[in-house]
Design a protein around this ligand. Structure first.
Ligand SMILES: *Cc1c(COP(=O)(O)O)cnc(C)c1O
Length: 423
């Protein structure tokens, strides 16, 4: 099940969309098929992956962590070293290049926490495309640093005021825009979710991660027992796992957000949780966290990227048939993993990626020393300082924010900046 069969992965997937969405999706599907067989397209993609994204990303032997845990060797795939700080740029660049060969000059995207918005805004800046990002009004308020970054890259951020004013409403607005502007516009969906052909497209553009890992592991003659990735919608995990899906080994382990506990509303565990059901939402059939009326449950995670009620259909199917094992990590375990790898390896995991790190910390001591575990660090943790600092250094952080506010109210630095801006 390395790719879909006509848009389906077993019983999951499909194209459950309004009639007006059929044409854009069908056009996208055939353009994508052509592009993947077009040598010039693939060469352009490889060049920009190398020179702009910074591929290939390193595979780091976590020597101290391995010694402390005393079992299997831990290796970390450093996707956080990709330009813009996470794996999301792999998909944004791929889809923006695809839009260009389809003759579309305008890009739209949805974003929740803002990471996909930032990656897409950057890709559009690099490729000279017009960019509009739909973002719930609540998220715009919560995620100002990412909004500022998108605007610096020249994107327009459209605050969505309908519904709960969060990610799912942003997706709905983006779909509406796409249907109305299909001739000029491509919709860059940010994870391995949504109606076909998006799950196939996103996996293909993210599979560069897994292809590099396969080569790097072979060069070093690693005996890989397990590969571990965190799983929100599922784009970094499915891209990391892609070249191994049709093989019997290694074990493929996806880690969901365990949040603060097992009860409905306390986590985002679609495969391991007890509120999970088959359902159809936002154009695809998969596993979702739903209430008894079939409405999306609210989810909870310290990591914004894993805080989503649905999971990509291919992951759901591979979980069901047993090729991918699912587990979860609590918020507290993810925070501990951030500290552990920062202190012992000098790498700062994003909170999302730290869920995979936490699973590796548990698994490594149970395996022999001649085996390897590869963890995908999907992103780096610089973006998380507003979440980690209040936890790790609450008093100092509070004092810092107060003094920053004083500085802004005082207005002196802003005034200086304005004067410099005029020069
Ligand atoms: C968005 C994000 C995720 C979760 O999304 P997937 O589609 O499941 O990969 C994980 N890690 C980071 C760093 C992210 O920004």
């Amino acid at each position: 099940m390395a790719h879909s069969d006509n848009g389906f992965f077993g019983q999951f997937g499909g194209k459950y969309v309004a009639e007006v969405m059929r044409r854009p999706l069908d056009e996208l599907e055939s353009a994508f098929k052509d592009a993947m067989a077009d040598k010039a397209f693939l060469e352009e993609l490889a060049t920009i992956q190398r020179d702009y994204i910074g591929r290939e990303t390193p595979l780091l032997f976590a020597k101290t962590a391995t010694e402390i845990l005393g079992g299997a060797q831990i290796y970390i795939k450093l996707e956080g070293l990709a330009n813009t700080g996470a794996h999301k740029i792999n998909n944004s660049i791929g889809q923006c290049l695809l839009a260009k060969i389809m003759g579309k000059k305008r890009i739209i995207a949805e974003t929740g926490a803002g990471q996909h918005g930032v990656a897409t805004a950057a890709a559009c800046a690099k490729l000279g495309l017009d960019c509009t990002v739909y973002m719930g009004e609540v998220d715009v308020r919560r995620q100002q640093p990412n909004v500022a970054a998108m605007e610096m890259y020249g994107a327009k951020v459209h605050a969505v005021t309908s519904g709960s004013r969060t990610l799912k409403d942003a997706v709905n607005e983006a779909m509406r825009d796409w249907a109305a502007n299909i001739d000029t516009t491509h919709y860059v969906l940010g994870s391995a979710v949504g109606p076909a052909p998006f799950p196939d497209i996103v996996r293909e553009f993210q599979s560069v991660i897994g292809k590099e890992v396969k080569k790097q592991a072979a060069e070093r003659k690693l005996d890989v027992a397990a590969m571990i990735a965190c799983c929100g919608g599922g784009s970094n995990s499915i891209g990391f796992f892609a070249p191994f899906i049709d093989e019997k080994s290694p074990r493929l382990i996806a880690v969901e957000a365990g949040g603060i506990g097992p009860n409905p509303g306390e986590n985002a565990s679609r495969m391991t949780g007890n509120a999970s059901k088959d359902g159809i939402m936002q154009g695809y059939k998969s596993r979702f966290l739903l209430d008894d009326d079939g409405q999306a449950l609210s989810t909870r995670s310290i990591s914004a990227g894993l805080d989503y009620c649905g999971i990509g259909p291919q992951l759901a199917a591979l979980g069901k048939n047993g090729r991918i094992e699912f587990t979860s990590a609590l918020d507290s375990e993810a925070l501990e993993a951030v500290k552990f790898f920062a202190k012992n390896e000098g790498v700062l995991f994003a909170l999302e990626s730290a869920h995979a790190g936490a699973a590796a910390i548990k698994l490594a001591p149970t395996l022999p020393k001649d085996k390897a575990i590869i963890v995908n660090m999907s992103g780096r943790g610089d973006k998380d300082i507003f979440i980690t600092c209040p936890v790790f250094r609450p008093a100092e952080w509070k004092q810092f924010l107060v003094s920053e506010l004083d500085r802004l109210n005082d207005g002196k630095d802003i005034h200086d900046a304005e004067i410099m801006g005029r020069e």
